[in-house]
Write a protein that binds this ligand. Structure first.
Ligand code: ADP
Ligand code: MG
Length: 222
């Protein structure tokens, strides 16, 4: 489903990846770890093809970094759900409308929009907040909405870029548990974090970025 093959990438003279290879199977839950500045966000951007390798290949679903055309990018991105540390909710509309927007641009019928939003808000335990404005929510609630938004379009893979970076430990665990529940139904998750406490709580494959390469990391489970 996802493959990096011998990828080289740098920002001008700052080399980030040299000969990076990794892959993920459909439905897998994987942590992407590495210290701040090791290239986690850069790697995720290469998956949604906001950035391209200088050499080597990134493949996701039926798309690859060598042959993809600009007009294909929206189709590729529809197969991804993306969650950021800072939520990126639209402040001028309520929770329901934040989610509806994703489906409206795809011309989803109104009834189907309603059904899917009810389903995903139920999944993240926020159905009672459907009419709230983003700023009326706590950080944890905002992140749950961002998770709901990332899955409302039924993606193949969720990219989570330090989604618990601004949250307390208890809320972080709740976020992880929600993502595990979504993963258990078949959606793959790639979870970038530099918080080593979090990864101890979940039994999942760990990819570590080190010296511009991805290495398999094994930590003792609690
Ligand atoms: P992480 O997410 O692991 O903290 P990043 O992928 O954000 O790491 O960044 C990796 C390195 O690339 C850092 O040294 C960062 O300063 C640099 N970097 C990130 N984005 C850019 C950019 N747009 N232009 C130049 N350098 C960048
Ligand atoms: Mg980052």
């Amino acid at each position: 489903m996802l493959k990096f093959d011998n990828v080289n990438f740098g920002y001008s003279s700052n080399i980030i990846f040299s000969g990076l290879s990794m892959q993920m199977n459909p439905g897998e839950f994987c942590f992407l770890i590495g210290k701040s500045g090791s290239g986690k966000s850069t790697l995720l951007q290469m998956i949604y093809m906001n950035l391209f390798p200088q050499s080597g290949l990134v493949q996701f679903d039926k798309y690859d970094s060598k042959t993809i055309k600009g007009k294909d990018l929206p189709f590729l991105r529809r197969k991804l759900g993306i969650i950021f540390q800072d939520f990126k909710l639209l402040k001028d509309r309520n929770i329901y409308d934040n989610l509806a927007l994703i489906l409206e641009v795809l011309n989803t019928p109104k009834k189907e929009i309603k059904r899917r939003i009810n389903d995903v808000l139920t999944d993240v335990n926020l159905i009672h907040r459907r009419n709230s404005m983003p700023d009326e929510l706590s950080g944890g609630e905002k992140q749950k909405v961002a998770i709901a938004r990332s899955v409302v379009n039924e993606p193949l893979l969720i990219l989570a870029d330090e989604p618990t970076g601004n949250l307390d430990p208890e809320t972080s665990l709740e976020i992880i548990n929600i993502l595990q529940k979504i993963n258990a139904r078949g959606t793959a998750v790639l979870f970038a974090t530099h918080n080593y406490e979090i990864i101890k709580k979940v039994d999942a494959r760990i990819l570590k970025l080190d010296n511009g390469k991805a290495v398999r990391a094994v930590f003792k489970q609690k």
